[in-house]
Design a protein around this ligand. Structure first.
Ligand SMILES: NC(=O)CC[C@H](N)C(=O)O
Length: 294
């Protein structure tokens, strides 16, 4: 158990995940301690997710996107048993029920959707929507602007209105299978991020929406707001110098602050977790358990 008072972010890697260093950099800049571990260390019981505040699934090409992006990794989390005879999905249910946070970016978002953590309307961790090939039929690798749904109360997005971020994906198109699911996502404001134009107005057409997603959706939260996933990459916009316009910003009359807008999401969640009144108390009670919780 990590005794530090710092907010602890656990970042999974392995099997083709490739954005773990960017994600760790984001958390460190936001003041958290970031630990990168191979997923096998968790599956083999060497690392417990319960020792951490925020569990993170970075972007990449897990299992080469075979069978569909995120599918194989999600199956591994659902069915592969740890030495204690539990699956990581069992651990995730427990983790979320303790009020902790889960973030999935791009391939990580695909994993959370295919595992049934998002949107999880039914609360039974079964897949309800999916992410599939972009309507363009191409891998889309460029910058987009996102609009934040002000009615979504997830701590990740507080105080944000619209911001730019890069996308780099081939399978970012959210598909919602039926009208009832679509309506429940809308009613509960789980559609937390949509694609918009330079002025912050929502635009559903390509190229603003790079993949043809239903609801113009770029990101979802679950009903608790603790689980959050998005197709674009906030961890790739931590500084002014990540932005394609940084050198010509005066010429194109663009205001860019020294700190990248993507960093705000990480600052938000780190600040929120640090402010939770029972965080240190719950850590202490976990430490006193004789048999470590899985
Ligand atoms: N950058 C990523 O995480 C890409 C996700 C996935 N491999 C896709 O192409 O859709």
């Amino acid at each position: 158990m990590n005794q530090s008072a710092a907010v602890q972010a656990l970042i999974l890697t392995g099997f083709g995940i490739n954005c773990e260093e960017e994600m760790a950099a984001a958390y460190r800049l936001a003041g958290a301690e970031a630990t990168i571990v191979h997923l096998n260390q968790v599956l083999h019981g060497q690392v417990s997710i319960h020792d951490y505040d925020i569990l993170n699934f970075p972007g990449g090409f897990s299992f080469g996107d075979d069978l569909g992006s995120g599918v194989v990794l999600a199956k591994k989390l659902r069915y592969r048993q740890t030495p204690g005879g539990f699956t990581l999905l069992d651990d995730l249910r427990e983790f979320i029920s303790r009020g902790k946070f889960v973030l999935g970016i791009c391939n990580g978002f695909q994993v959370l959707v295919k595992l049934g953590l998002l949107p999880n309307l039914g609360g039974n961790f079964e897949p309800e929507v999916t992410l599939t090939h972009n309507v363009s039929g191409r891998y889309e690798d460029r910058w987009v602007r996102l609009k934040v749904n002000a009615n979504n109360r997830s701590p990740f997005l507080q105080g944000l209105d619209s911001f730019e971020v890069p996308v780099r994906h081939g399978e970012g198109r959210l598909l919602i299978p039926d009208e009832a699911t679509r309506q429940r996502i809308l009613d509960q404001n789980l559609n937390c991020l949509t694609y918009c134009d330079a002025t912050g107005c929502e635009v559903t057409q390509y190229p603003h929406n790079p993949n043809g997603a239903d609801l113009n959706c770029a990101g979802l939260t679950d009903t608790t707001g603790q689980v959050f996933g998005l197709m674009p990459h906030p961890e790739a916009f931590l500084s002014l110098y990540n932005h394609p316009d940084w050198a010509r910003r005066k010429r194109v009359n663009k205001e860019l602050s020294e700190e990248g807008d993507g960093l705000k999401l990480f600052r938000n969640i780190v600040k929120h977790v640090a402010s939770l009144p029972h965080r240190s108390a719950s850590s202490a009670s976990l430490e006193s358990v004789e048999t470590p919780l899985r």
